[in-house]
Structures are given as C-alpha cells and as structure tokens.
Ligand binder design. Structure first.
Ligand code: ADE
Length: 250
C-alpha cells in the first residue's frame, strides 16, 4: 500500500522539491501520496492570521490554535476518504525540543500508511493544540533533526520525508543499497572507490584504491569493509559504539 504524507504549512512552496528526483518519481509511480496544505486555508479573517503575540509577554509570535485544530480535522477527513474510515495518522511536529530522529525512526515510519507533518513557525504553536490532539486520541510525535534551531519545520520535513520515503519498498531500485549504507546497522559506511584505480589528483599526487578491492575475493572485501566501518565509526561517532571521545575531522 502507498504511504500517504500530508504536510500542513504556511509556506507550501517550500515543499516544491518533493516533486523532484527520487521522491517525485515515487509520487508519480503511486508509491507515495504527498499532499501539501496551506494552513491559512483554515483562517477566517481578512488577513488570514495564523499567529499572535505570546500571552505573558516575550519575544516573537506564537501560532494560534484555531487554524491548526481545523486543519487537523479537515486533513484527517480527507485522508480517511482515501485510506478508509478507520485509518489513524501519526502526527509529527518537527521541533528542536523533540526526540532525535534516527534511521530506526525512518524505518518505523516507512512502514506506516499515513503521516501528517505539521510545520510550526515563529516561536512555536500554542500548547493547547497538543493537548487537544492528545485528548482526541491522536498519535503525536515531536521530532528533532538535531541540536540546532531552524526557522520552521519545513526544511526538517524535507529531510524527514526523504529519509522515510527512500525506505518505502520499490522507491530505491536496488534495495541492497539500503542495507549497506550508514546507520543501517548502527555503523557508518565504509569508504567507497570507483575507477580509475590509479588516479593522479590535480596536485600531481598519485592516489591508488586499496588493492584488496581489485582482488575479486568477496569474503576478504566484506571483512575489510566491516573493519573500515568500525574504525570510521570509532573515530567519528564513538557514541554509536557506546564509547566517549571522537574526532570528526576524518
Ligand atoms: N524546527 C526548528 N528547529 C528544528 C530542528 N532542529 N529539528 C526539527 N524541527 C525543527
């Protein structure tokens, strides 16, 4: 079954890249159904207002609850028309205060049939929206791309969508390439080489590929790659091995 992804945003144009490349093709092939919605559609004033000043004072603006509540109800209704009346979406709020997104999250989500990505902007969304969803029995996740702050959820949704959709069966032509990549087994990927096996770089340095890769001995090559993966992970991301320290420069 195709994966349905609804995105609710005040910048629908931001999601235009989802028409390109692998995801665009997956959409055209009917493997994913991506629907982008303008939150302002669910405003009712002349200025199509989605934000207001924070109660209690403070910097910036807060997204008002009413458009969000209407948006969720309408998007759920539309989704159920195509997926069935019992379908329940997972609502994802990209948020720097959320749970870190990992490859295993991507794997989990790629096996679902319905995700709704809700893009916050400004300082954030009125807290009562989350309470309203929780009380209504919606499944909700706050998800962070990493320990840094973006201006809104849109860029995060591009990343989340790409990480998830490429794992949907049939989207990546060669499924084997999903098995050996970084993070698929908790390790970083081994170094890759292609022809020419002997390359003179622009500085005149002759750079050869590791000889073992030309040996044709697939057992030894697999062992070498695993060693390389481990060494690279220990160097760059010792946390993945439960170790401290690390040097991200190589
Ligand atoms: N929105 C703003 N910053 C974010 C982050 N780091 N991850 C996910 N969503 C965000």
């Amino acid at each position: 079954m195709a994966l349905r992804i609804d995105v609710i945003t005040i910048f629908p144009e931001y999601l235009a890249p989802l028409e390109l490349s692998l995801i665009g093709k997956a959409r055209r092939d009917g493997l994913v159904d991506v629907q982008v919605h303008d939150l302002r559609r669910w405003t009712h004033d002349r200025h199509r207002t989605v934000d207001d000043t924070p109660l209690g004072g403070g910097a910036g603006m807060v997204m008002k609850p009413e458009p969000w509540a209407e948006a969720f109800a309408a998007v759920r209704e539309a989704g159920r028309e195509s997926l069935g009346e019992d379908s329940e979406p997972l609502v994802v709020f990209p948020n720097p205060a959320g749970v870190p997104f990992t490859q295993s999250t991507a794997q989990d989500w790629s096996q679902r049939d319905w995700l709704i990505f809700a893009c916050g902007r400004y300082e954030g969304i009125d807290e009562r929206v989350y309470e309203h969803l929780a009380d209504g029995g919606w499944e909700v996740a706050l998800t962070s791309l990493g320990d840094y702050v973006l201006n809104g959820g849109e860029v995060a949704v591009l990343a989340l969508t790409e990480a998830v959709v490429r794992l949907v069966p049939g989207v990546v032509g060669n499924a084997e390439s999903l098995v050996e990549e970084s993070h698929s087994e908790g390790l970083l990927e081994y170094p890759l080489y292609t022809r020419p096996a002997r390359w003179t770089d622009p500085a005149g340095v002759v750079r050869e590929t590791p000889e073992i890769l030309l040996s044709g001995d697939h057992g030894r090559i697999a062992a070498w790659r695993r060693e390389q993966s481990l060494a690279r992970t220990r160097r760059r991301r010792p946390d993945l091995l439960g170790e401290a320290g690390g040097d991200a420069s190589r």
